[in-house]
Design a protein around this ligand. Structure first.
Ligand code: ADP
Length: 298
């Protein structure tokens, strides 16, 4: 993690972004991978993608903490599943969207410029997002964090190349959901302004057609003490969500191929709401045993 931070800092301080020197890349890879610890994912066939996808091995005791990435369209549920895996695996869930929103709410020097970009559904610059991410990683390192589950980063090929240059990502989980559900899920999203809890008031029920099964996603309603404190994200309007979906297809879809071609992409089609999807995701990640053990221990 320390090296990741240092290089992120170097990327931000100089103009290494987009024009790495090979020696810097070698330095980082050697330093990070030279710790003798086991990678979590071995390249072999596990999913239906043309390139052999990764087989996920449960966390081995000698291994370092996981370094995973979540990809997927706005509204797919990256934050929900990343947060659940983060508490199961004991690694930080780092959402760049949350970092941006935190920056916006701080009313610092960047916030009005960022607010304009976010509220148009556009991406903020690679340099700015790397700057925010580096600060978050540095703060985590100071608290003794190790490993991460990234949600919302990388979102451009350039970001993916930078990340690939500084550390070894074990696994990239590409969450997928039917297009019809994505807009409804974004519009139904609610956040508790006090505890930060994420809820969804949308009830999604899509008839099966052309061989695809019916999809039912019940609302995820807040507990009574959050009910009166719910807020909606300013970028969750129909117009802005449509723009975010367009930008995802243009800028972030190629990132899926970036990881697919490296054998790191695990495609996961969400079959429905959390009760249906979570156990299946754990099974796909070979983590169902871990959850059983954790619930027995609780
Ligand atoms: N990696 C990134 N690169 C550029 N902009 C980002 C990145 N992550 C977050 N953002 C900005 O923050 C906004 C909110 O991000 P996020 O909460 O991840 O939204 P989404 O629901 O669209 O996945 C994005 O629309 C974008 O403006």
């Amino acid at each position: 993690m320390a090296v990741l931070n240092r290089l992120m800092s170097r990327c931000r301080a100089s103009s290494l972004i987009g024009s790495y020197s090979n020696s810097v890349r070698r330095y980082c890879l050697n330093t990070i991978e030279g710790d003798g610890k086991l990678p979590l994912v071995s390249p072999s066939a596990a999913s239906s993608v043309p390139h052999p996808g990764p087989i996920v091995k449960p966390n081995s005791t000698g291994g370092r903490s996981v370094q995973w990435v979540f990809l997927g369209c706005p509204g797919v549920g990256k934050g929900t599943y990343a947060a659940r895996l983060s508490s199961l695996l004991g690694v930080p869930h780092i959402s760049t969207g949350d970092l941006v929103r935190h920056e916006l709410s701080s009313h610092g020097p960047l916030s009005s410029k960022l607010g304009e970009i976010v509220n148009q559904g556009k991406l903020i610059s690679d340099e700015t997002i790397i700057d925010l991410l580096s600060k978050r990683l540095e703060a985590g390192e100071a608290k003794g964090e190790s490993g991460f589950i990234l949600d919302g980063f990388p979102r451009t090929i350039r970001q993916a190349e930078i990340l690939e240059g500084v550390t070894n990502i074990d696994l990239v989980i590409n969450l997928k959901l039917r297009e019809e559900a994505l807009l409804a899920k974004c519009l139904g999203r609610r956040i508790c302004s006090e505890c930060g809890g994420n809820y969804n008031v949308a009830c999604i029920d899509i008839e099966g057609e052309n061989g695809s099964p019916r999809m039912y996603m019940p609302p995820l309603l807040p507990p009574p003490n959050c009910e009166s404190k719910l807020i909606t994200r300013s970028d969750d309007t129909e117009e802005v969500v449509k723009e975010r979906l367009r930008i995802y297809n243009e800028m972030s879809r190629p990132v899926e191929e970036f990881y697919r071609s490296r054998g790191k992409l695990l495609e996961f089609d969400l079959p429905g709401g959390i009760p249906e999807s979570w156990p299946k995701l754990l099974r796909a990640l070979n983590l169902d045993d871990l959850e059983d053990k954790k619930s027995l221990a609780a």
